[in-house]
Design a binder for this molecule. Structure first.
Ligand SMILES: Cc1cc2nc3c(=O)[nH]c(=O)nc-3n(C[C@H](O)[C@H](O)[C@H](O)COP(=O)(O)O)c2cc1C
Length: 394
């Protein structure tokens, strides 16, 4: 019997049941002690809503715009590497679900299905996320390929010049596709549906890289290439060069500080994603919902401010909007759905979040998502944290 899905947590449980441990763990972990990974979720719980009653609740709308285009919800799918390992052809399935629902989809540099394959399968524009690699020829080509694919906005991720370690990936010997070790075979043998679907697709390696980067023709060299190739020299000048080469809508991802939000505005970004990579990079960084107010104070109205990291409910989305975000993004929440039930699972995740958002907005006395503001929220006085100043010397 099909499981009853009431919330995103139900999808996570189902995802865990049907997915090889290596890929479940890859998704469901943060770097090092996982403090930031945990707090991304638990810090939303510190905020409360103000209930309003006897307000007409008819004719509600969740529609808004992102980069000038109408979206069904103030929500987009964040770029997630190896999505096509969570479920065969995962990027294509997620892109199709997003398209039908009316929210933007972002494709990762480290996706399994190539941007060309996603463009062909969906016949619709999507966003492409760029990791800047040491191999600048590869990076420049990726920008040109994105243009040729009709990609409608480029996301440059700024918070992954070097990799934060996720312990479980080392223990599991994570590779895409999995190497046939004894433990991997034992794991995969209990996930037969996943395996059967994988056998039915040719998309089983990093499609944006194999055949496009020098010296990467086979898988053995690919894993080391990916780990060694993120460019530690990435700086604002390089971002400006990419902006000029791309020439289209630009989204900067990984902004966690008002000073850098200001730089993004000066650089001409169309949107920033307030993100700590879902707690996968700087362990000990603040959760995004706690830094959001300081970024809103700095750049609200000058650039679109979107937030990801930790969103698991429609209530979380509403809290982010109330604190000043123009929209939100989700990573794991849709990956759980994809892994659990394929394209239908992504649609279910969007449905769950949309309904939670709609009901919560109504109970806060609002009918139009664009009218949501700080008035609906109760924020603890110390929510942003009162941090000691830098000690002065002498
Ligand atoms: C399994 C996984 C892989 C990810 N891969 C990428 C990636 O390739 N590029 C990127 O910019 N962000 C990547 N991210 C970060 C997401 O884009 C997003 O910032 C994060 O998932 C948001 O947190 P949430 O999962 O709590 O919603 C990844 C996140 C996860 C969970």
């Amino acid at each position: 019997m099909a499981p009853v899905i009431t919330c995103i947590e139900d999808l996570r449980r189902q995802f865990r049941r049907v997915t090889p441990t290596m890929f479940y763990d890859y998704c469901e972990s943060g770097s090092y002690t996982e403090q930031t990974f945990r707090e991304n979720v638990t810090d939303f719980d510190k905020l409360r809503f103000r209930q309003r009653v006897a307000v007409d609740m008819t004719n509600r709308t969740l529609k808004t715009t992102m980069l000038g285009n109408e979206v069904a919800l103030p929500l987009a799918l964040s770029p997630v590497g190896s999505t096509g390992m969570m479920r065969a052809d995962g990027e294509i399935k997620a892109a199709k679900a997003a398209l039908k629902y009316g929210v933007p989809f972002s494709l990762s540099t480290m996706s399994i299905c190539s941007m060309e394959a996603v463009a062909e399968a969906t016949q619709a524009p999507f966003w492409y996320q760029l990791y800047v690699m040491r191999d600048h020829e590869y990076t420049n080509n990726a920008v040109d390929r994105a243009k040729a694919c009709g990609v409608s906005a480029l996301i440059v991720t700024l918070d992954l010049q070097i990799l934060g370690q996720r312990h479980k990936d080392l223990v599991n010997g994570l590779t895409a596709p999995p190497r046939p070790t004894l433990s991997a075979i034992a794991d995969l043998s209990t996930r037969w549906r996943w395996g059967l679907e994988m056998l039915g697709t040719k998309n089983r390696s990093f499609g944006n890289i194999v055949g496009h980067a020098k010296d990467v023709g086979n898988l053995a060299s690919l894993t080391s290439w990916a780990n060694e190739q993120f460019d530690p020299r990435l700086d604002w000048d390089k971002v400006a060069q990419l902006r000029d080469r791309w020439g289209g809508k630009l989204i900067l991802k990984g902004i966690l500080d008002p000073e850098e939000a200001r730089k993004a505005v000066e650089l001409g970004a169309d949107a920033i994603i307030v993100s700590n990579h879902g707690g996968r990079q700087l362990d000990g960084a603040l959760s995004t919902i706690r830094v959001l107010p300081s970024i809103v104070r700095e750049v609200k109205g000058e650039v679109e401010i979107w937030l990801d990291s930790g969103i698991r409910t429609g209530q979380d989305i509403l809290k982010a909007l109330a604190l000043g975000a123009d929209a939100t993004m989700i990573g794991r929440a849709y990956i759980y759905g994809l892994g659990a039930m394929g394209e239908r699972g992504v649609t279910t995740a969007l449905d769950v979040l949309g309904k939670e958002l709609d009901t919560t907005m109504a109970l806060c006395g609002r009918r139009d998502i664009r009218d949501v503001n700080r008035d609906i929220l109760l924020v603890p006085e110390d929510f942003e944290g009162r941090w000691a100043d830098e000690p002065t010397v002498g």
